[in-house]
Design a protein around this ligand. Structure first.
Ligand code: ADP
Length: 294
């Protein structure tokens, strides 16, 4: 299975800036982490893939066929988890799923079977008759994922699936997504690097509507392995460092000095910087730093 995004562009009438600019991407089963700051174009891309928004140009194909031509056949294999907003608080979990099954046109028998199945899958089997208003943030995220899985989709789009979750719930959702991704193209949009660091087959960095960088987490780390430096300095040097460098971390040390991690093309030799291991968060900072002077 191959989902291909070919030169997709979109400019909203209001504002006039290109939200997507000749964006191209080739996706096969596995998790793709779509990373970018607010306004990068992630939602625009997801709205176009889910046919909630028309592109100005370009096309999206599944195994070579335009998804707009496929119409219902594409919607039948598409699952979409939008961001959490106004979640039918008075509905029970089961009623919520029945509602979405009806919207998707699932026959009654199949809906019944799938609702039981997805409730079990997201570990909410015993909570089916509880109202969504009484659910924790993690349970709400899980019921939204369950809704997206009702039709056993082959293309699954998840918009910030771990937003607002505590670390334990975050890890649980992450592992869960990884488990179900084997036979699906999963696009997971987030601005939290740790959401996708360990489960993504590839990372897609998007900036100002363009594809900035694409690769496996290991490839991305390798490409930027020489940009992170560690400095041990007196606290009074910190403001000078912050003026001149992009600081990714600051830790006070027992000695009274501070350990500063900076992301920079060149070694801050004046502060006796030494090369330090790169994290994806450092790379995110490097790529999306506002004043990088590109
Ligand atoms: P992200 O999801 O990465 O935060 P978006 O796709 O929402 O990015 O936004 C991309 C760009 O398009 C931004 O400049 C944003 O202001 C603009 N934009 C998004 N939605 C609309 C809209 N409905 N009308 C006008 N401009 C929009």
């Amino acid at each position: 299975m191959e989902l291909t995004i070919n030169n997709v562009s979109k400019t909203y009438k209001k504002g006039g800036r290109k939200a997507l600019d000749s964006f191209s991407l080739n996706l096969t089963p596995g998790v793709y982490g779509l990373l970018g700051p607010n306004g990068a174009g992630k939602s625009t891309l997801m709205n176009i893939i889910t046919d909630n928004l028309k592109a100005d140009g370009g096309s999206i194909t599944l195994n070579g066929t335009d998804i707009l031509t496929m119409g219902k056949n594409f919607r039948d294999i598409l699952g979409y988890m939008p961001q959490q907003q106004g979640l039918y608080e008075d509905f029970t979990a089961k009623r919520f799923l029945w509602y979405f099954a009806a919207l998707r046109g699932l026959p009654k028998e199949r809906a019944k079977e799938r609702i039981e199945y997805v409730l079990d899958l997201v570990n909410l089997k015993d909570d089916g008759n509880k109202k969504l208003g009484s659910f924790s943030g993690g349970m709400k995220q899980r019921i939204l994922i369950a809704q997206a899985l009702l039709n056993d989709p082959k293309v699954l789009i998840l918009d910030e699936p771990t937003a607002g979750l505590d670390p334990k719930e975050r890890v649980r959702i992450r592992n869960f997504i990884s488990e179900i991704s084997l036979d699906k193209v999963v696009i997971l949009a987030t601005h939290v690097v740790s959401d996708v660091e360990y489960i993504a087959k590839e990372l897609i960095f998007i900036k100002e509507g363009r594809l900035l960088l694409q690769g496996t987490p290991a490839e991305v780390m390798e490409q930027y392995s020489d940009k992170v430096w560690q400095l041990h300095v007196k606290p009074e040097s910190l403001s000078e460092i912050q003026q001149n460098y992009l600081v990714s971390n600051i830790v006070g040390e027992k000695s009274g000095e501070i350990c500063v991690k900076v992301v920079s093309d060149i070694c801050p030799a004046e502060f006796r910087g030494v090369s330090a291991p790169t994290t994806l968060e450092d790379i995110y900072l490097y790529l999306f730093h506002e004043n990088k002077g590109e």
